[in-house]
Design a protein around this ligand. Sequence first.
Ligand SMILES: Cc1ncc(COP(=O)(O)O)c(C=O)c1O
Length: 371
Amino acid sequence: MMEVPSFTLTRQMKEMEKELSAAIQQVMESGQFILGDIVKTFEEQMADYTHSRFAIGVGNGSDALYLALRAADIGAGDEVLTTPFTFFATAGSILRTGAKPVFTDIQVDTFNMDPEQARTRITPRTRAVLPVHLFGLMADVEALRQNFDGIIIEDAAQAIGATMRGKPAGSVGDLAAFSFFPTKNLGALGDGGLVTTQREEWANAVRALRAHGARKKYYHEVVGINSRLDALQAAILSVKLPYLDRWTQKRQHIAKRYSDGLHTLGLEAVHIPVVPEGFTHVFHQYTIRVENRDRLQAFLKSQGIGTTVYYPLALHLQPALRDLGYHLGDFPISEQVQNEVLSLPMFPELTDSEVDYVIEMIGHFYGKRVG
Ligand SMILES: Cc1ncc(COP(=O)(O)O)c(C=O)c1O
C-alpha cells in the first residue's frame, strides 16, 4: 500500500533547505525584523508579479482582507457581497470592519460567485463585492463589473498566479488580498499576507492601518491594527517566488493527470474540476464532487490516501454567523457542494505514480478497474 499525504511541505523543504537557511541568516545579520528593506523588496516583487501598482505586506491573509476593506472606508452601515462557500476569514474580515456580509450563491461547476445571482442581490447599501478565487480559479470579476460600479475586492488567498483573460489575480479588482499561510501555493514559514491595489490613496491607507493608523510614527489619524509582514517571512517568500511558476506548472500537470485518469474511468459519480475558457487554474486544491463522499474519503484513508473536505459547512450555516439571519435552504448550491466536495492530494512534489494510485483507488471504490 502506498502512503499519499493530502499535503506535505517536507519534500519542498528538503530541496530548499540551503537557500532558505542563507536567507534566514541574512535577516539575522541585518538586525531588521519587521518591515524594512527586505519587506520592501518583496512588496516590489509582488507588485510586479501581480501586475499591480502597489503591494503592501501585512501579517496574514485575513488581515489583508480586513485592511483592504478598511482602506476603502467600508464599515458600519455598508453591505459587502460575497459567497458562503469559502474559508471563514472572508466573512469574518467583513464583520470585523462593522460592515454586513451579504451572501450570494456559487456556480456548481467553478465553486465561484455566480455573477447573474450577484446582480440580483446588490442593494443601495452594497459598497463592495468580494469574490473569492476559490481553489485557485479566479471568479469572473469582469462579469461582476458589468453589473456593479462599486468597489471590487478580490479574495486571492488561494489564487496567486492564476489569470483571467490574461490578467493575473490581484490586478482585476480595486484591491486584493493574498495569504502566505504555509500551505498556500506561495507559503511562508509562518503567517504572512499582502494587499495589492491600483490606487495610491488606498495603498497609503493600508500602510497606515497596518501600523495602528499612523502615517507618521506616534501620530494616529484612525484606529488601525498591528499587522506587518516580518522581514524573515519576506526573505523566505523572496527566495520562493522565482520557483512559483514552476510549482504552478507541476500542479497543473498533476491536475491534468487526475482529470484525464478520472475521465477515462467514466464514472458518473465523479465530477472533475472545470476550467472555463480564458482562465488559468493554479490548483491550490484539486477538488472533485462525488456521490458517497464520506465513504469514499474513509476508503481512501484506509488505502493510505489523505484527502480533505474544503468546506464541510457553508458560512451561512455557521453558528458564529447565525445573527446574519440565514437559514438552511437559502443557498442550495453551496449546501449541495458542502456534502459532495473532496480535495485530492495536491502539492508540486506529488509524483505521477502517487497520482495514478489515487485514481486507481477512486476507480476501485466505484467498482471500476483501471487499465
Ligand atoms: C479564501 C481564503 N481567504 C482568506 C484566508 C485567510 O488567510 P490567512 O490564513 O493567511 O489569514 C484564507 C486562508 O487561510 C483563504 O483560503
